[in-house]
Design a protein. Structure first.
Length: 116
């Protein structure tokens, strides 16, 4: 039977990496005792994985690809993330192209050509 060995939490902090200051919560430490687990996290834990100068979270990037209702502006912001993989770039570019081909009066897109 599976057994939980450790719960690790950590808060974001600024570190120097490649000559720049970046905010990260990659360092986690084990805790003893009980912690409150909530819908969007565990008390004492946070994420800081904001991507590039656009400051978009991983969750926001996932939502662009997998949830309906994105805007062209959001896709363009995501495409400015230098670390975005080629696969994600291709999906977002396909979705942006779909947006451009739709009626210009529409602000959101339903459906996702990037997952086709």
């Amino acid at each position: 039977m599976p057994r939980l060995l450790s719960v690790n939490v950590g808060l974001p902090r600024d570190v120097t990496w490649n000559g720049k200051t970046v905010r990260t919560a990659v360092w986690k430490s084990p805790v003893t005792g009980r912690l409150m687990v909530r819908k969007l996290g565990i008390d004492g834990d946070a994420q800081a994985d904001l991507a590039g100068p656009e400051r978009i979270t991983v969750a926001d990037t996932d939502a662009l690809l997998y949830l309906p209702g994105h805007s062209s502006e959001e896709l363009q912001r995501a495409l400015r993330i230098p670390a975005l993989s080629k696969g994600w770039q291709s999906s977002f570019q396909a979705m942006l192209q779909q947006d451009l081909q739709q009626d210009l009066s529409s602000k959101t897109t339903m459906g996702n050509l990037g997952l086709a």
